[in-house]
Write a protein that binds this ligand. Structure first.
Ligand SMILES: C[S@@+](CC[C@H](N)C(=O)[O-])C[C@H]1O[C@@H](n2cnc3c(N)ncnc32)[C@H](O)[C@@H]1O
Length: 465
């Protein structure tokens, strides 16, 4: 593995190397799962083209085009003078490599139930959400191809990675060896079973969150009813967190008729005693959702497609499901008697990676909820805040004032003249109570805004304590 790794690096089989070798058109087509442009670009007889064809495109390559390090690895099958890959091996953004099962494409045989999925968009989403704070013990639950561990390396002293699928753990170990990541404690077992009685500073999971009638594909679904797997994951997490420990999950949840999704997901967290922040990034209707996951397993175009689609939709109908939410769940064990859970929808572009500032987001939500006497609090306007005004030409007062963050979650919010004035003068010098008194004399109708009216602006990061 070490020799193979050196060979991959020497050949330039890295994210940038592959992108440069393929060019923009073929790389974009590949992102849409269209192979033809990439096959054309890699028809030439050079070592880099051979690696891309073999391990990224899954094409057969003449043995004469491959180095001994490749031919002698456990990751190919040699048939006469031709070689094909037994795995998908891709460079990853951390600089390492990810080994998974070969990608399934339209026309391929149906997936084996213990298929190990490669790193993709969801993996990258979780990786960018996770706190950048260094921790002592971290748990990656449902490690799959092991990609999250590549991100945790050097940020956690001890890493435990678990998966219910033994093949996943086997392939994850190859990913780590090829990436030069050592000493990962990998264990096979379901949810928290392999770490019973242990505590972590950080728990992360890109879990099998797909909500479906069956639990046939281990990499994405469990057979739990509806969104019960994610609910139980959240409910059980506090028992495995050290005080102050944090958890970051991707999740899906149901939108059921006559129920607010915020109450549903907030309810999961309400009983945990943790501070929590839930963000819905997208919602799909049941048909979009079924199509997405049938496409993901390359079921489209197969004889059973319509029947499968119909069965899945009936299952949603029986449960009065009107939509499926996709999002993030972040939890922090605070051991207070008064935890706070914030549930919201944010579908706009936020600054990435969220992990750079996610701790601050949780701090702000907690501070806005728990600081008792805001009158004596010293606030600061967050850096990079813009004040946008819209009004009729020549009018003394604007019709609308919006405060807009240019960093972090890039929120925007319509405010009154008092809050806008506060944003202009809040530099941490004067306490909030006296500041609001002065502002009331200068702007508005002289009525003093209650300091509690500023809490939402603190929770949303317009003002910092
Ligand atoms: C969506 S994949 C995530 C893989 C990888 N962590 C990533 O971020 O790309 C979910 C993983 O959870 C595993 N899994 C499924 N059911 C599980 C369970 N009950 N307990 C632990 N892991 C499970 C699957 O085998 C799969 O590897």
């Amino acid at each position: 593995m070490e020799r193979l790794r050196d060979h991959l690096l020497e050949t330039g089989y890295t994210i940038d190397g592959v992108r440069d070798r393929l060019g923009v058109v073929a790389a974009s087509a590949l992102a849409r799962e269209e192979l033809v442009p990439a096959l054309r670009e890699t028809a030439a007889d050079d070592p880099m083209a051979a690696l891309i064809r073999l391990w990224w495109l899954g094409a057969t390559v003449p043995a004469a085009r491959l180095a001994p390090e490749v031919l002698e690895s456990e990751l190919v099958r040699v048939e006469g003078d031709q070689v094909c890959a037994t795995v998908h091996l891709q460079p990853w953004e951390t600089g390492g490599y990810v080994v998974s099962d070969r990608k399934v494409r339209p026309g391929d045989p149906s997936l084996r139930s213990d298929h190990v999925v490669g790193a993709g968009g969801a993996s990258a989403n979780l990786a960018q959400l996770v706190t950048r704070r260094e921790v002592r013990r971290a748990l990656d639950l449902g490690t799959g191809c092991g990609v999250q561990v590549l991100h945790l390396d050097r940020r956690a002293e001890d890493i435990v990675a678990t998966d219910v699928n033994p093949r996943a753990v086997e392939l994850a170990r190859l990913s780590w060896r090829l990436s030069g990541v050592h000493d990962v404690d990998a264990r096979v077992g379901s949810t928290f079973d392999p770490v019973e009685g242990e505590l972590f500073d950080l728990v992360i999971s890109n879990p099998p969150f797909v909500i479906s009638p069956g639990g046939e594909l281990t990499y994405r679904e469990t057979g739990a009813d509806g969104d019960a797997f994610c609910r139980e994951l959240v409910r059980r997490t506090p028992a495995y967190l050290n005080p102050g420990g944090q958890a970051h999950f991707l999740a899906n949840w149901l939108h059921v008729e006559h129920e607010d999704w915020r109450d549903r997901v907030g309810g999961w967290l309400g009983e945990t005693g943790c501070d929590a922040w839930v963000v819905q990034r997208d919602v799909q209707d049941p048909a979009e959702y079924v199509e997405l996951w049938l496409r993901d397993a390359a079921v489209q175009g197969t004889p059973g497609y319509a029947e499968h689609y119909d069965r899945w939709l009936s299952w949603f109908d029986e449960r009065k499901v009107r939509g499926i939410g996709f999002g993030w769940i972040t939890m922090r064990r605070t051991d207070t008697l008064d935890p706070v859970v914030r549930v919201e929808q944010l579908t706009h572009q936020v600054a990435l990676p969220v992990g750079d500032y996610v701790d601050g987001v949780l701090d702000a939500i907690a501070a806005a909820h728990r600081v008792r006497f805001l009158d004596s609090a010293h606030l600061r306007t967050v850096e990079g805040l813009l004040d946008e005004r819209v009004g009729l030409p020549g009018a003394e007062d604007p019709m609308r004032i919006v405060l807009r963050q240019t960093q972090g979650l890039r929120r925007s919010r319509e405010v009154g003249t008092v809050e806008a004035a506060l944003a202009g003068v809040c530099d941490g010098e004067l306490a909030l109570g006296p500041l609001l008194n002065v502002i009331a004399e200068l702007v508005g109708d002289g009525e003093i805004l209650h300091t509690d009216a500023i809490r939402p602006l603190i929770a949303e990061g317009y003002f910092q304590l």
